[in-house]
Design a protein around this ligand. Structure first.
Ligand SMILES: [Zn+2]
Length: 101
């Protein structure tokens, strides 16, 4: 998993293409990330009892990792993540500016 919580990413495919957001959660099992306010969908909740009202709620759907690209905090460009071993520690680097991200 190359993305971590807090990373700024840009959506590169789908209906929110071009929009940016910060990763709120990384879903390792499904290879997806949650970006608050992006990839929303509406769901109709039916009332389960007479006291409840049926309503439409908005949910955030996870976006597949393949559909987002990380924005490097150093060069502010869409980039890919690489790795560098630095004193036995694996560091993420931006493949464009080679800085640690
Ligand atoms: Zn960079």
């Amino acid at each position: 998993m190359k993305l971590i919580k807090g990373d700024e990413v840009q959506v590169i495919r789908g209906k929110d293409k071009g929009k940016r957001g910060n990763v709120e959660k990384v879903l390792r099992k499904s290879n997806a990330v949650l970006l608050p306010g992006l990839n929303l969908y509406k769901r109709h909740m039916k009332a389960k009892s007479q006291r409840q009202k049926s309503e439409i709620i908005t949910l955030t759907k996870p976006i597949a990792l393949a559909n987002v690209a990380i924005i490097c905090p150093n060069c502010k460009k869409m980039t890919r993540v690489g790795y560098r071993i630095d004193k036995d520690e694996k560091k993420r680097i931006c493949l464009k500016c080679k800085k640690i991200i």
